[in-house]
Design a protein around this ligand. Structure first.
Ligand code: SF4
Length: 667
């Protein structure tokens, strides 16, 4: 008889869906959404459905492998763990702990799989990255403004009178937000989308504004200018809950709608109307995406947008907010459970987008061992060629993955790990969903595959880390939710019966107590200044194109893949989209093969002439592997203005036609 088991989607996604697996004769035969899940209600996307394909894919790694004289050889787990322990111990003996580099990202969101952090903290500290490839500029911005990053509960967004989606495409990347937007619209709310691209979400909007890429900060300040000029601000809220408004207001005469029209390419009246729209239909919710902070001005752009919400009193108000991410659950899960006190750790850190530079330059000590998990940096890291060269020089490299990714191929030792369907774990998102999910083990892992929790436990024993918490995974998970147990009496058994949502966290900052040094919303942030930035939100121009490289490269998420994961079994060329007039200008036709060239490298791509793309830009979805043509062969390791985030969208390219018979990218 078939059985049905509940689990959760572990992908680095806004939604953290509840899923059901149908099992027959010990094998998963079907996946579908869990209609009982209070947020995701049975709907899942194509990425979630592919979890089953990955589970039984013939290319899945089923034993540790080791590269010897250029050839891969299988070895037992005992031998693999001995080799790993000896290599780590030898690096420490010869150079010290900082000769070990450890990088794990968000390829899998489960808590028990993030136990690597526990292991390396017991080791006493190694070389680890800071910053992010993804969202850190916006996170830093909201920490300056609010003191923390919190979002409204999805059902509260349905109470908005006006919704402004700024640089996010939830139809493709955050689908469970859309029913709440729909509910708000049924009650009369208007939807404005601000995005340089004509996205699936923009097509559904009442108003779509298309500023030039990287100019969103100027648009936000011009809207603020108009709100102030027409007295559409909430003076009582400003006086009671914010600091620094007068200093901020004093900068606004510099960014009038007329001036912003020149910068953004928008009509000045459209900017004024957008501001009036936003202020005149309270409560107004802004939903901020991550693409707009992938520029050198990305953090300030988010600060400029936040300011609109604060000056109109749309903070701490039902149906409002400046919603970028949502750490409602994160604050209540103890990721440090079982770790030694931070004071006992001594990490050497470096900016993640510049890992290649760090690996090349590290001298005291040099990097002797690099270990990578839940990530595929040979596809995802900016300036991937530089990363590849620096990675190659590291004497011993370990990758933990389910498949032979581009990064695994470049390693010396590859350790095969489990799927979410083979693990008991806790899954949650820090971006949107306010629910903590328990994910059951659906089937046991195949012989030869070990989950990270067990892997690091055995490694800790081999390395004689006596204080490493040697406990079953269930006890580890129970200790991680201790803050919730203490405050709300939540147990793991209760969590297994239904996802948990923090009570009373639906409207962030409704008590007026902000987590900033002043306890207020900070238009003026001394902390930002102390960190070397501007204390006030400012518009900083993005980088400019040059005659050699006239097209700005935009690399958003492909709707059917979470970063590079679902490109695993493809070898076709990426699609490069440009505006039809740009194609006409270059004498290019739809579907022809082209070369896309930047100062960093080049790839081949299939051309798409598309009215959805602005002039002077080229769009290639990120995630294609190197066999196809990884777009990060083109990007530079530029940093954002705050948060040490990868400013991917500050890359410029040119395109050339390629004889159709030529194949293979030539980085
Ligand atoms: S990728 Fe996101 S939307 Fe898709 S199934 Fe997973 S959590 Fe749900």
């Amino acid at each position: 008889m078939n059985t049905t088991v509940k689990f959760a989607c572990p992908m680095d996604c806004f939604d953290a869906c509840g899923l059901l697996a149908e099992v027959a004769d010990g094998r998963v035969v079907r996946l579908k959404g869990d209609s009982d899940h209070p947020l995701t209600r049975g709907r899942i996307c194509s990425k979630g459905k592919k979890l089953l394909e990955r589970l039984y894919h013939p290319k899945r790694l089923l034993s540790p492998i080791y590269k010897e004289a250029g050839q891969w050889k299988t070895l037992s787990w005992e031998a693999a763990l001995d080799m790993l322990a000896q290599r780590l111990a030898s690096a420490i003996r010869r150079h010290g702990r900082h000769a070990i580099l450890y990088y794990a990202d968000s390829g899998y969101g489960g808590l028990a799989k993030s136990v690597d952090h526990l292991f390396f903290s017991h080791l006493g500290g190694v070389s680890v990255p800071r910053g992010s490839l993804c969202w850190a500029a916006g996170m830093a911005a909201q920490r300056y403004d609010f003191g923390d990053v919190r979002g409204h509960a999805p059902h509260d967004l349905a109470k908005a009178g006006c919704i402004l989606i700024w640089g996010r495409n939830p139809v493709a990347t955050n689908p469970h937000l859309m029913p709440f937007i729909q509910k708000a619209r049924e009650k009369g709310a208007t939807l404005t989308v601000i995005d340089p691209l004509v996205t699936l979400t923009a097509r559904q909007a009442d108003v779509h504004l298309q500023p030039k890429p990287g100019t969103d900060g100027a648009l936000a300040l011009a809207m603020a200018h108009h709100l102030l000029a027409t007295d559409r601000i909430d003076r009582a809220y400003i006086d009671q809950h914010t600091t620094g408004f007068d200093r901020f207001a004093a900068t606004l005469p510099d960014v009038s709608p007329d001036r912003a029209a020149v910068i953004t390419g928008l009509d000045a009246d459209a900017i004024r109307q957008a501001a009036e729209h936003y202020a005149d239909q309270p409560p107004a919710a802004i939903i901020i995406g991550m693409g707009l902070q992938r520029y050198v001005n990305g953090g300030n752009t988010v600060r400029c947008i936040d300011a609109l919400a604060a000056m109109t009193g749309n903070i701490g108000r039902s149906g409002g907010g400046a919603n970028y991410a949502n750490r409602a659950i994160t604050r209540w899960v103890d990721r440090e459970a079982g770790c030694p006190p931070a004071a006992h750790r001594n990490d050497r850190t470096f900016p993640l987008p510049r890992m290649a530079r760090f690996m090349r330059a590290a001298a005291a000590p040099p990097i002797d061992v690099a270990m990578i998990a839940k990530a595929n940096p040979l596809v995802q890291m900016p300036d991937v060629r530089a990363f590849q060269a620096a990675f190659r020089q590291v004497p011993f490299k370990i990758v933990i993955d389910m498949f032979m990714t581009d990064t695994a191929r470049a390693a010396d030792l590859v350790l095969p790990c489990t799927s979410i369907l083979e693990e008991e774990d806790l899954v949650f998102s820090s971006m949107f969903s306010p629910y903590l999910n328990y994910s059951r083990r659906v089937v046991p892992p195949p012989d030869g595959v070990l989950g990270e929790y067990e892997l690091f436990r055995r490694l800790a024993s081999r390395m004689q880390l006596d204080r490493y918490p040697d406990m079953p995974v269930r006890r580890f998970l129970a200790s991680a939710i201790q803050p919730l147990t203490r405050q709300f009496g939540l147990t793991l058994d209760q969590l297994a019966s239904a996802p948990f949502k923090i009570p009373d966290a639906d409207i962030p900052w409704s008590d007026g107590n902000f987590a900033t040094p002043s306890g207020h919303y900070e238009f003026y942030s001394q902390q930002a200044m102390d960190d070397g930035g501007h204390p006030l939100p400012v518009y900083l121009p993005p980088r400019s194109a040059s005659p050699d490289f006239p097209l700005r490269l935009l690399t958003p998420h492909y709707p059917h893949s979470l970063h590079s994961q679902q490109f695993a079994f493809r070898s076709d060329r990426p699609v490069a989209s440009i505006h039809p007039e740009e194609g006409f200008h270059h004498d290019l036709e739809n579907n022809q093969l082209i070369r896309v060239i930047s100062a960093r490298g080049q790839i081949e791509a299939k051309l798409k002439l598309d009215n959805a793309i602005p002039r002077r830009a080229i769009k290639i979805d990120q995630g294609w592997w190197r066999e196809s043509g990884a777009v990060n062969c083109l990007t530079a390791d530029t940093l954002s203005d705050m948060g040490e985030n990868a400013a991917y969208f500050e890359t410029f390219c040119r395109i050339e036609s390629t004889p159709n018979e030529r194949r293979g990218h030539t980085p």
